[in-house]
Each structure stands twice: as C-alpha cells, then as structure tokens.
Design a protein around this ligand. Sequence first.
Ligand SMILES: [Zn+2]
Length: 365
Amino acid sequence: MNCIQAKCVVKRKQSFSLTKTNSKDTMSSQSHSERHHKPKRYPLLSFWELPEYMKDNEYILRYYRANWPFKQAFFSLFRWHNETLNVWTHFIGFLLFLALTLANLMKPRLVHLFHIFTRSFSSSADKNVSHNIKDLFQGTTILFDLKHEMPLTIELESTALVIERWPFFVFLGGSMFCLLSSSMCHLFCCHSHDLNLFLWRLDYVGIVVMIITSFFPQLYYVFLCEPHWQIIYLAGITAMGLFTVATMLSPTLSTSKYRAFRAMLFCSMGLFGIVPAIHACFVNWSNPRRNITLAYESAMALSYLTGTLFYVTRIPERWKPGWFDLAGHSHQIFHALVVVGALAHYAATLQMLEWRDSFGCHTVP
Ligand SMILES: [Zn+2]
C-alpha cells in the first residue's frame, strides 16, 4: 500500500460517507481532488448504509446524508436529499411568522396574514383584494394605516381597560422558535450521533413550546375579565408544558421507539385545551366573533391532528417504500400541516384581540 492509499484509508475511517462500495480508483481520484483543494461532494446513502442511530424510517430508502461536516450539512440546504423539503417547509413557515411579527410590531394595528401578500401587489389591485378580504372577515378587518401610529397597548376610554399585546407576541415567538429549531434540526441532524440526539430533543422541545405559547393569547383574552380563571389556566398549561419539556429532554424518550408516546403526550397537551375551550364558550356566548373564532380553531385542531396521524402512521411511504423518498413522505405532510394549523390559530387570535379591542369587558347584546 503506497502513501497516497494509506492516507485514503485513514480518511475513510474518519468519514462514514466513504462507503464499502468505493473502489480503489474512486479513492485515488478523491485524493487527487483533495490535493487540488476542490470541495468534496459527499454521496447520498441508502437506508442500509446508514449508521444505526439514523435508521428511523425504513420506508424511506434512499438519499440520506450521514456524518457530514457542518459546512456540507449547511450547503445541503440547496441540494436535493430526503430532508430538503423538511428543512424548507418549516424555514418558510418561520419566515412567514417573522414577517407577521415584524409587521405587528411596526404597525400595532392588527395585521391580517393576507395583507402581507396583498400589500406587495399594485395599489389598485391591493384595494380590490383588501375589500374582498374585508368581506371575508365579516367586515371587521382593520386595514393597515400607514399614517396612523398606535401604542402597543390599546386603552379603551369606555372601560379604562388596557388590552395587553404581550400574550399575542408570546404565541408568535413560540411559533418562530418551533419552526426555526425544527428546520435547523432537519438540516444538521446528519452531522454526528451526539448532535443528532441533541437536535431531536430540541425539536420536541420546540413543538411543546409552540403548543404552550399557542394557549397564551386565547386564555388571556377569553378570560380577561375573570382574572382568577386566567391565572389558573395559564399556570396549568405552563406547568404541563414544563413537565413535558423535562420528559422530552430525556435521551431515551427521544428515540424512534417512543414515537407513539411522544405523539400521545403532544395530543394530551392539545386536548388539555378542551376544558378552557368549553368554559370559554359559556363565558363568551354573546361574543359576535365566537363562531368565526371557533371555525379557525377547529381548522387548527384538524390540521394538527391530521398531521400527527401522518407522523405516527408514516403514510404514504409505508404503502410504497422508496416512492416518496424525496417528496411527499409523511414528515413533510406533517410539517406543512403544522404551518397551516399555526396560521389558523393566528387568524383565530386576531379575532379574539379585535373583539377585546372593540368591547373590552362590556357584554355584547
Ligand atoms: Zn420535523
């Protein structure tokens, strides 16, 4: 074995990506390219070539990355592999929520999701679309008013009640944390075993944070005029979230063996919301926005539950292993439904906030 070949063998031991199938010729050409400092293009692997810790879904057969350095993992953002759409679905969701947060911070009048897009069209088209959306929101939409600056809290003269904005931003912050951490987890999980374990636990913590923070605006605004219930429910969901985060940080529970257990824990947290939701229906029975808020929240629940169903059952790749390796597998569907659910919740939160801004604690006939 000459010097160049020996060097290759050492490299081969360091990097899992150089698989058994590599021939002597391939190694020679790689050493040659290394000498010329050309960036090495890491090969994508099949399920059977993966290290044991990465074997999570046996129905996705090809296009895996394993033991890639940070730089290669980062630039795989722009390369097709079986995590590309998992990364992008939640990264785009993060950018969307970042835009909504900035828009709401800069223009404290509430920003409806659709206005982010409609503002980017021509002004004449904007007027038409805005009017259509205005109808869609039962004539209650508050439009952007670029000349009109308002404080982050709105004081109602009639009730002297200050409607705080912080629970709304807690939800937006929690959503951004979840979507960004999920996106980064899928991008860098191929780096090493230790980082893989840490990132998946971070991913589960992100989901818990999103669920918990989603409760904040609803519980705060619904029970605004019954502070004792407000405190009981907010404390209850926070305690439950902290317990779940502590459970998720356990290395054992983040393995694929406990997928169903984690799904059950997430669902039970979501179902915890049923108690205050039923209570809220009675407390706010006369709220004119009750039905539209409930419609949005039902859309959210349906999205999350359907997404969880895909996550657990691993449909459709279970039916046709290898067919959905790059696009259309269960985790991508789950990701897309999480973003849809979060947007439905955003729309429901706006309804609650606008209602409190308009009526404070006044009973609506
Ligand atoms: Zn994911």
